[in-house]
Design a protein around this ligand. Structure first.
Ligand SMILES: *Cc1c(COP(=O)(O)O)cnc(C)c1O
Length: 373
């Protein structure tokens, strides 16, 4: 089976993890600032705070942006569920707006229309590593928190790296991301006060001087261990090579899949995407779930990606969401599948995936496994 994702790990990761093990400093040791400083330098931002996950980073970023109970946060329904859940941790409500059918990112005009006098922040997601329209959201005059969890390596049209616009932005390091530490995240910001607050809140609200007894605010345990930071330092050293490999794999897919009738390939503008996944939209008359099953029978893992968040049972029940609210998102979500995509995926494997998908889609007209009904 060709898997969906696979991290790149080598001797350098082993060496740095061993260094931490032998040092005895397993958490809050020197590897933490080493990872943070290297990450900030790489992005060209003033501050970076490592946290236990991207979700934890989004939670702390929203707190730092002042989001509180009863507030609304305008965000995308086409994302990983964490970006919509994060406002709920503070008793705020995620208010969805539809997406742009090309970039699949939150549509600025729709987002603007969703703003009310209770809107406390806008939370754009750089979905699949495609830069969101941050300058358009800045024009709203509201705090912005960027979900850059899928966008390491992405660059805005003006050359600014995604995450380096100055707003709190959050990256994630789960095993399938561009940079993997198993679990983990990084909150970057231009603001020193935000950095200080996040560093305290990830560590039980402890005072910056680490005085055991002085907890001057509510906090959490959102720390990232030095073992994970060691992986992060090693992964950063090879990040450019990994990103280049992902872009190369995307190019092979583009060549192998263009010409498949009715299949929509990822939007490609001027090369600003930080390739995270390879998601295609199936022809409208193809059965998405049957296609996923038929691909599995041919040795190719794939999955629906993403389902629309507002149509999840929890969101329907809690907020009364229903079909038809965000037609672009719903149409895209019903047709999108992620194909195997990782730096070490070879050209032969890409050809095999493309052949399998082509075969499955062609067989739908001849009563094959992926038939429309
Ligand atoms: C991965 C991801 C997150 C964070 O995930 P964690 O598993 O908590 O690190 C948040 N938003 C998006 C869009 C993601 O893809």
């Amino acid at each position: 089976m060709i898997p969906l994702a696979k991290p790149v790990m080598g001797p350098r990761e082993e060496e740095l993890v061993l260094e931490v093990l032998r040092s005895g400093r397993l958490s809050l040791g020197p590897m933490l600032p080493r990872f943070e400083e290297a990450f900030a330098a790489r992005l060209g931002v003033a501050h970076a705070s490592a946290v236990s996950s991207g979700t934890a980073g989004l939670h702390l970023a929203l707190r730092a942006a002042g989001v509180k109970e009863g507030d609304e946060v305008v965000t995308s329904p086409f994302s990983f569920v964490a970006s919509a859940n994060a406002p709920l941790f503070e008793g705020a409500r995620p208010v969805f707006a539809d997406i742009d059918p090309r970039t699949l990112n939150l549509d600025p005009a729709a987002a603007r229309a969703a703003v009310t006098d209770r809107t406390a922040a806008v939370l754009p997601v750089h979905v699949f590593g495609q830069p969101a329209a941050v300058p358009a959201f800045e024009a709203f005059g509201l705090p912005i928190v960027e979900d850059a969890c899928e966008a390491l390596g992405a660059v805005h049209a003006d050359g600014t790296p995604v995450g380096a616009s100055g707003h709190p932005a959050v990256f994630a390091f789960y095993a399938n991301k561009q940079l993997a530490t198993g679990e983990g995240g990084m909150l970057v910001t231009a603001d020193a006060e935000t950095k200080e607050r996040v560093d305290s809140e990830r560590n039980q609200g402890r005072a910056p001087n680490m005085d055991w007894l002085d907890h001057d605010r509510l906090g959490f345990n959102y720390r990232l261990s030095d073992l994970q930071c060691a992986l992060g330092v090693a992964q950063l050293e090879r990040l450019d090579a990994m990103l280049a490999d992902r872009a190369k794999v995307a190019g092979w897919y583009r060549d192998a899949l263009s010409g498949v009738e009715g299949l929509e390939l990822p939007y490609e503008d001027d090369g600003t995407r930080g390739w995270f996944v390879y998601v295609v939209q199936l022809p409208r008359d193809a059965d998405r779930d049957a296609t996923v099953r038929a691909l599995a029978e041919r040795g190719v893992q794939s999955k629906p990606y993403f389902p629309a968040i507002h149509l999840f049972a929890f969101y329907r029940e809690r907020f009364g969401h229903r079909e038809g609210e965000f037609p672009v998102c719903e149409d895209v979500a019903a047709r999108s599948i992620a194909l195997p995509f990782f730096p070490a995926l070879g050209e032969g494997a890409v050809a095999q995936v493309a052949e399998a998908l082509r075969g499955v889609l062609e067989s739908r007209h001849g009563g094959g496994a992926a038939g429309a009904s």
